[in-house]
Design a protein. Sequence first.
Length: 197
Amino acid sequence: MNKTINKVIVRHFRQTDLKEFETCATRNADWIGEYLPEGSLYGGFTSYEYAAIFRSYVSNLNGYEFFGAFLGDYVVGMIIACPASTEFGVQLIYWVAKEFSNMGIGTKMVEVVSEIQFRKGFWNIECHTDRSNMGSQIIMKKSGFVIVDKYDSEYHGSKSSGKMLAWMKYNPYPRSPFGPRRTPFDVLRTRRIQLNY
């Protein structure tokens, strides 16, 4: 297991990753759909629809950054950093391919992307997990997140319980009172908040 995790690279998606992403997401659509609504979409997408959505994954616009976990050329997971419920925070949403679960890949993705976001100056990172998703709870604990809230939510996956946990991790580095470093264009853009199901 340690040999495999050491070979996993977490990086931004590139346009050349489209076919491999499509293959992985299609193959794992039901697995992803257990806790994320995207799974049901991935299962029904055509190649044209994958190409359209993947363009946004590669562009990383409007406060969204899309990363893939790669084992060689194979996509084995995905993690998104997106606007959070706090002004200077970021939220993580992720999935790992079923055949690569329980290998530490989810933890590696969360830790790598958290470090990137903290280095940018975000004050905190939040994640929302279903209370029945024990795998994600283990990832959160291993990555140093703590539970800050428990709440009810709409059902969003085939295994969703409607009971959620909100997790938070604070930036261990000195923080600017003005939040993360942003370009002048970023300052002018309105931020959208998306809840992770």
